[in-house]
Every structure is written in structure tokens, then in C-alpha cells.
Design a protein around this ligand. Structure first.
Ligand code: NAI
Length: 542
């Protein structure tokens, strides 16, 4: 429905008079402002309002893609939460009840054996696919197994690839692999859109994933990026390791999170009062799942790149999980945890189960990284213990949503007299301590994956190497300006995401060439990357 912007000349040449209202056409900027006003005035409150806006935006997307992306790019800070977290979580919980146009593909395990045909049919209508975001719907955000209802996640993620990374919407394909659902309330809902069966596991699961991967590579080409999203812990790392050397693939929950976490740490090194070398830091991770282990592994890779040997680099990271400190000889550790199980004294072992504050006093970490989903785990005692040991402790409470954060920005700043370098997964407002206003950094994956994806597409990468992820983290850290560091913020402003993505894409592409995994013969310049970007909202005056 672009009639509001149809010019007089267009009406003449396309015989549209009478088909559009006679009033003067709107400019794109006017149409964007009208859309934002409508969203601002959307009725209802809380989750009901999230759904109203989500449905409205999905229809705008369907009928007028240019307007949708121009609106998102014009006011990212407002629109991002309406199409991504938190609204997308509410949308997924209610997906079977929403009145929205279908987008992308649901591939049911009942169609096993026909996936290549389904993808080829899709390609005949949409020939430009270069990026696929795929989920099996088993761990949608922190909401559990939503299976087919989780489709909002690959849809939302790819909207961000376009809105924040400038990848053309026509190049993006969201896919949900429907292997059944183990959440009874979802599966038994009368209007549920997915297969009404329990989740398939074991060999049948692996065979279906394999069929999809092979078919996607065959139909869309060997450098079509396949991004895994929201797979359960039991499959996420396993599938990544299985496919990463054979396909162009990465897992944002593991690698994107790692890059954002490391970037926050690297930019903190430039702050007064923070030890300026990564190797001078010791991090205590509270939570040892995909996010924590992913960040720690990337810290290790960065240290190794700087010349530290791997065994010493691993000693910079300690972990606590639900059973207390992870140490050598604790027993029953997964292989991933085992690599961070260090020899500790008997005194540490005796304290290992007695909470974080004791561990802080004994291990003296410079940074505390919360990835446990335990609200308020970093209580005043813990925060004060950090402040008593470090002039400027790093306190990253990364668990999402806000209700799971290990501490609030205010608690971290108050307990440390404003000295903490705080970052979080969910947004917190600025906090004033004395005469200083401190701005919490939001470690949002959206800082990295759109640029990473753009870089991969721009250089036609064969694989996504760990060094490409590192390059993304380092570039993001470099983009943090002194004015952000001065207010204790370790990330750049979200409003600059399009330019940030271009910079990250360029760094990633350069690294891909260095790693000899790029098919493209000529490495695009930063200017060329910017020109390649789909950005209808860029340059619209405010
Ligand atoms: P996960 O389920 O893989 O890991 C959670 C970990 O927390 C497990 O090791 C578990 O043992 C530990 N844990 C649970 N209860 C605990 C307790 N009482 N004490 C100590 N440890 C405990 O989850 P994942 O994927 O690692 O995510 C963790 C959190 O990080 C989530 O809230 C997620 O939303 C958030 N996250 C944030 C991101 C960001 O800010 N950009 C990106 C990815 C995840």
C-alpha cells in the first residue's frame, strides 16, 4: 500500500487517479513519522500493546517493505523492542493466535525426504536468498520449547539483519524446523500451527537437520550463511561443531554473545582505573552455560592471539554453576566445563559451595560476569566485596530479561560508589551518583550479528572462523568513543548501528580474506560495504 507516497507523475503514468486518495502525496519521511505516531498511539498496555504493535508492524512489512525498514532505521531505539526482545517473546507465546502474514518457511519432519524440493520451490519465487536464520524452536529465549510458534525468532533476527546490517530483505530466509513440541500447553492449543506430536530426538532428529543443511547448501549455494538460533543447549554446540568447517554457519547464542561480551571487556580496558591489559584480568563467571563458556572461550582466543599460552589464558576465567565453583577434580563436569576447571587450594575447595562473596574474596577477580539467570545473585555483599578488591570492578549482569539480571545498574553503581563498569543484557536507564551520570552499556547481540552477517555475505565466506568472530569483537570495542567511556559505557550508541555494522562487516571480511575462506576476489572497501547496504532510512532528516 504505497498509495500515500504515490506521486502525481506516477499516478499519471500508471493510471492511478481515483485509485489513490486525491490529497498530496506523503514523502517517505512523513510516512515514517506517521507510522511512528500510530505505533506510539497504539491502544492497550503491557503485553497486549506489544502484540498490537507487533501485528501492525508485520502488516506494514508485508505491504510496504520500504516503509517498514525506513521506520526501523529512522528510530531503531523505539522500533527494536517492538520487533525483537521483548515483544518477539510475547509474539512467539501467542504466535498461533496472531493475524499476521506468513513469512519464510516451516519445515516439518513429516516432510523428511522432500526438503530440497521445498527449498527449490521457494527459490523459484525468491531467488536472492543469501542468509538463512534457522531454529528448531526448542529453546526460544528463556521461554522453553515453543517449536513452530518460535518462528518469530528467525523472522525477527533477519529483520535486524536488514534494519541494522543493511542486508537486503529479499536475501533473508527465516526457517523453523518443526520436529514436534514437548510443551503440552503449546501443542494442545486448538489453534497451534505446528505438528501435533512430541519432539523427535536422536538419530531421526540428526538426520532431519542434516537433510536441511545439505539441501540448503545445494539449493542456495555453498556460501549461503546459515545462522543457528535458539536451539537447546544439548544440541547448540554439538551442531555448531558438526557443521562449522563444512558450511558457512555460526550460532549467535554462542558466538555472537561471546563477541559482544568480549567487546565490552576490551573497551573497558581503556577506562581510567581498569587494568589496561586483558591478561591482567581474572573473570569469575556466574553461570557456565552456552553464553558464559562462549565468552570465556573467546577471551582465551584473544589472549592466545596476544601471545599468551592457552593454558595460562584459561586460568584467567573461573566458573561457578548451580553446584558452586568449578575446579579440577570436582567430578561430573562436561568437557566444556572441564577446560575451565583449575587446580585450587583446599581453602577455596572448602568455600566452593558457599556463595559468590567468598569466592570473590579468595579468587580476587577483576570482573564478575553474570550468565546464570539468577536475579539478584550479585547482592550488596558480593558487589561490596568486588569494590573492596578492585578500584573499578567489571560487573556484567548479562542474564535476560531484566527479571533475571544478576543485579541492576543502580545496585552495581551504589555498592561501588559509582566505580563499577557495568553492562547488562537488558537495558537499564542511566543512574546518577553524586554529580556523575553513569550510562549502563547494553550487551545486545544486535551490535554484532548484523555486521558479522554482512561481512560474511560481502566477501562470500566459505566458513565463519573463530578469528572472524574475534575481529568483530575487536572492531566493536574500537568503535566505543571516549565520550562513552567517560560515562562508564562500554558500548557505542544503538542509534549508530548501521555504521557500526558496516565497520564490523569490513573487519570481518578482511579477516576472512586473511584466513583464506573468502570466495570474493576483491575485498570490498568500507565505502563499498556502505554502498551495498539496504538502508531506506539512512539520511532521512530527523
Ligand atoms: P544456559 O542454560 O546454557 O546456562 C545457564 C547456566 O547458569 C548453567 O551453567 C547453570 O548451571 C547456571 N546456573 C543456574 N542456576 C544457577 C545458580 N543458582 N548458581 C549458579 N549458576 C547457576 O543459558 P545461557 O544460554 O548460557 O544463558 C544464560 C543467560 O544469559 C540467560 O539469561 C540469557 O538470556 C543470557 N544471555 C544474554 C545475552 C546477552 O546479553 N547478549 C546473550 C545470550 C544469553
Amino acid at each position: 500500500m504505497v498509495y500515500r507516497r504515490t506521486t502525481s507523475a506516477h499516478r499519471d503514468t500508471h493510471n492511478l487517479h481515483g485509485r489513490v486518495p486525491a490529497g498530496p502525496p506523503l514523502t517517505l519521511l512523513q510516512d515514517v513519522k506517521r507510522t511512528l505516531l500510530a505505533l506510539q498511539n497504539a491502544p492497550g498496555a503491557g503485553k497486549e500493546r506489544e502484540l498490537v504493535r507487533y501485528e501492525a508492524l508485520m502488516w506494514v512489512l508485508n505491504s510496504d517493505e520500504e516503509l517498514f525498514f525506513a521506520t526501523a532505521q529512522h528510530d531503531l531505539r523505539s522500533v527494536l523492542p517492538m520487533i525483537y526482545t521483548p515483544a518477539v517473546g510475547t509474539a512467539c507465546l501467542n504466535y498461533s493466535h496472531l493475524s499476521i502474514p506468513a513469512r519464510g518457511l516451516w519445515l516439518g519432519v513429516d516432510r523428511a525426504g522432500s526438503i530440497e524440493t521445498i527449498l527449490a520451490n521457494y527459490k523459484s519465487e525468491f531467488p536472492d536468498v543469501q542468509v538463512i536464520c534457522v531454529t528448531d524452536g526448542e529453546r526460544i529465549l528463556g521461554l522453553g520449547d515453543l517449536s513452530a510458534n518460535g518462528h518469530g525468532i528467525p523472522v525477527g533476527k533477519l529483520l535486524l539483519y536488514s534494519a541494522c546490517g543493511g542486508i537486503s530483505p529479499s536475501a533473508c530466509l527465516p526457517v523453523t524446523l518443526d520436529l514436534g513440541c514437548d510443551t503440552d500447553s503449546i501443542r494442545d492449543d486448538n489453534y497451534y500451527i505446528g505438528l501435533r506430536q512430541k519432539r523427535v530426538r536422536g538419530e531421526e532428529y540428526d538426520a532431519f537437520i542434516d537433510e536441511f543443511m545439505k539441501a540448503a547448501k545445494k539449493v542456495f549455494g555453498r556460501n549461503c550463511l546459515i545462522q543457528f538460533e535458539d536451539f537447546a543447549n544439548r544440541n547448540a554446540l554439538r551442531l555448531l561443531n558438526k557443521y562449522k568447517d563444512e558450511y558457512c554457519t555460526f550460532n549467535d547464542d554462542i558466538q555472537g554473545t561471546a563477541a559482544v561480551g568480549l567487546a565490552g571487556m576490551l573497551s573497558a580496558l581503556r577506562m581510567d582505573g581498569v587494568p589496561s591489559s586483558l591478561n591482567e584480568h581474572t573473570f569469575l563467571f556466574y553461570g557456565a552455560g552456552s553464553a558464559g563458556i562462549g565468552i570465556a572461550n573467546l577471551i582465551v582466543q584473544e589472549l592466545v592471539r596476544q601471545g599468551v599460552n592457552e593454558a595460562d589464558a584459561r586460568k584467567r576465567c573461573y566458573f561457578m554453576d548451580s553446584k558452586g565453583l568449578i575446579y579440577k577434580g570436582r567430578g561430573n563436569l562436561t568437557p566444556e566445563k572441564e577446560t575451565f576447571a583449575h587446580k585450587v587450594s583446599d581453602e577455596v575447595k572448602a568455600e566452593a559451595k558457599n556463595g559468590i562473596a567468598g569466592m570473590v574474596r579468595l579468587l580476587k577477580p577483576t570482573g564478575l560476569i553474570g550468565v546464570s539467570t539468577i536475579y539478584n545473585a550479585f547482592d550488596t555483599e558480593v558487589l561490596e566485596a568486588m569494590a573492596s578488591l578492585q578500584r573499578r570492578p567489571l560487573i556484567f549482569a548479562l542474564s535476560n530479561p531484566t527479571s533475571k539480571a544478576e543485579c541492576t545498574a543502580e545496585a552495581a553503581y551504589k555498592a561501588t560508589n559509582g566505580d563499577a563498569v557495568f553492562a547488562s543484557g537488558s537495558p537499564f536507564d542511566p543512574v546518577t551518583i553524586g554529580d556523575r551520570t553513569l550510562v549502563p552499556g547494553q550487551g545486545n547481540n544486535a551490535y554484532v550479528f548484523p555486521g558479522l552477517g554482512l561481512g560474511i555475505v560481502a566477501c562470500k565466506a566459505r566458513h565463519v572462523t573463530d578469528t572472524m568472530i574475534l575481529a568483530a569483537a575487536r572492531r566493536l570495542a574500537e568503535l566505543v568513543k571516549d565520550e562513552q567511556l567517560a560515562v562508564s559505557c562500554v558500548y557505542p550508541p544503538l542509534e549508530e548501528l548501521l555504521d557500526i555494522s558496516a565497520e564490523i562487516a569490513h573487519a570481518v571480511a578482511m579477516q576472512a580474506v586473511e584466513d583464506d575462506v573468502a570466495y570474493a576476489k576483491d575485498l570490498p572497501t568500507l565505502e563499498r560495504v556502505k554502498q551495498m547496504m539496504y538502508a531506506p532510512g539512512r539520511g532521512l532528516t530527523k
